[in-house]
Design a protein around this ligand. Structure first.
Ligand code: ADP
Length: 479
């Protein structure tokens, strides 16, 4: 089966978030299941640097008024089709914003051109290539299903994956006239609150919608999580599903991870103590019989960090110590620094982004706290499971789907892998940490939880099967 994937980011070439991890990992994960993936990406400087001149596969003389070169390249095991339009993509800054951090004013055009070019590829622009299924990611590629619906050639079926419904690609109404779509497309799905909505258009036009966990797939049907798109998602609930992300189990392997002071495995857990000591030393925390809890997070409202700031005194009173690694809202950075000053030796904060330290914390802290208000999938709980760093998580999105709450029944059956925070408030966060402290004091039970987590399959294998099953369903329906 041939799948054409379309994305604005792909690991290891361009990454601002989890989207890149998925688009980078999925091609390799579905390949053993008989799926060949080619990925359409914009020719950003970071991609052009890897691709060089590439091989010109085709030229499209007029895509929304732009001359497009399609370059073929194999990079990092990925089969790329690069959409080269220097005027749109070869700029300083990130994929979406300039060096000043301000979004490019023509993002609608940049990603409409990407999407239109991908739709042309899907319907025969490359000699000898016809994908069976088109898989597009997030708002930047969401116009592909829409262009396919209004194209000249019979289109292959498409699926759109939503990595975070908060990002929707909303633009002014006047943009519509320049999208090269028939006037009927406006009322048919492109119009969104009086303007143009790229994600909305894709959600309307694609044959299937996925998001990155089953619980988030249900949550976005509600006003609390749907960010204005809940009505549409509800109306199409028969084609909406959730498939949780995996993690790269080679990069995140406690037995081989070079960022750890001591490597360990479920069978040789003692060595883990070396990492715990290193965490205490790095953060200047006092030796303790209580659990050392990690926070590795963007410091934002979405991540519930304001609630954590409120809960800190209670967490310390419960007997835990906190090592916080993160950056984000200034107010929260301040609040955490103040908590550290109130509780020297028990709370320590490292402001910044530090990948090696994140590894050490997963391999050395006893638990990781993730009190997110919403979490489409989440990665840090998956790393935690794999590293014996017991996750304490909000019961939302992918967190709810990947961590087995050690409630009474689960504890009796010995199957818990972490703790769920019930309704998300500062008090409940303290309650969950208090329970974790109790269980931590019972070494055999805590060890069992760590081992349960470490035995959990967090690889891409299960997700890959889910996507391939979906591709096959789409193919059958199309036939
Ligand atoms: P999101 O993409 O919403 O921020 P995820 O849990 O899906 O949340 O992914 C966050 C990723 O970023 C994880 O790989 C996590 O380890 C990493 N991360 C977040 N903050 C930091 C930090 N301050 N230093 C190092 N890594 C971080």
């Amino acid at each position: 089966m041939k799948v054409l994937s379309v994305a604005s980011e792909i690991y290891p070439l361009v990454k601002t978030g989890g989207l890149a991890d998925v688009t980078g990992a999925l091609p390799g994960a579905v390949a053993p299941l008989g799926v060949e993936t080619r990925t359409v990406v914009p020719g950003y400087p970071a991609i052009m640097a890897q691709v060089g001149k590439g091989k010109v596969l085709a030229k499209l003389p007029d895509v929304l008024g732009h001359s497009v070169k399609l370059l073929g390249a194999k990079v990092a095991g990925l089969d790329l089709i690069v959409v080269q339009v220097p005027g749109l993509f070869e700029r300083e800054g990130g994929p979406y914003a300039g060096l000043d951090g301000i979004d490019f004013g023509d993002n609608w055009k940049r990603f409409a051109v990407l999407s239109k070019a991908a739709a042309l590829i899907a319907t025969g622009a490359l000699k000898g290539y016809r994908p069976d299924v088109v898989h597009v990611h997030d708002w930047q590629a969401a116009m592909v299903p829409c262009y396919l619906a209004y194209g000249d050639a019979p289109p292959p079926p498409s699926v759109i994956t939503v990595h975070n419904i908060a990002f929707q690609g909303q633009f002014a109404a006047h943009v519509f006239g320049e999208l090269d779509l028939p006037a009927t497309a406006w009322a048919d799905g492109v119009e969104y609150y009086g303007g143009v909505g790229f994600l909305k258009a894709g959600l309307r036009a694609a044959q299937a919608i996925t998001t990155v966990s089953p619980t988030y797939a249900r949550e976005i049907r509600t006003g609390e999580f749907g960010m204005g798109l809940e009505g549409l998602i509800n109306g199409r609930s028969d084609v909406v599903s959730g498939i949780v992300n995996g993690i790269d189990v080679d990069v995140w392997d406690p037995a081989k991870d070079a960022r750890l002071v001591a490597n360990f495995s479920a069978r040789a857990l003692k060595a883990r103590g070396g990492n715990r000591k290193a965490v205490l030393k790095t953060f200047g925390l006092a030796p303790t019989k209580g659990p050392v809890i990690a926070i590795v997070s963007r410091l934002t409202w979405q991540k519930g960090m304001d609630l954590l700031a409120e809960a800190m005194d209670g967490i310390v009173a419960a007997g835990a110590s906190l090592a916080v690694l993160g950056a984000g809202d200034r107010d929260l950075e301040h609040a955490f620094a103040e908590a550290a000053a109130r509780h020297p030796g028990r709370v320590a904060v490292h402001i910044g982004y530090d990948e090696p330290l994140a590894h050490l914390m997963q391999g050395g802290c006893d638990a990781i706290l993730i009190p997110s208000r919403f979490e489409p999938c989440g990665l840090t709980q998956l790393y935690g499971l794999r590293y014996g760093c017991v996750p304490i998580v909000a019961r939302t999105g992918g967190l709810a789907d990947t961590v087995i709450d050690a409630n009474m029944a689960a504890r009796a059956a010995g199957v818990g892998t972490g703790f769920h925070i019930g309704r998300l408030t500062a008090e409940r966060i303290v309650d969950a940490v208090t329970l974790a402290c109790e269980v931590y004091a019972d070494t055999p039970e805590w060890t069992r939880m760590m081992k349960n987590g470490m035995a959990t399959d967090v690889s891409w294998d299960a997700s890959a099967k889910g996507y391939v099953a979906l591709y096959r369903r789409l193919l059958e329906q199309a036939a």
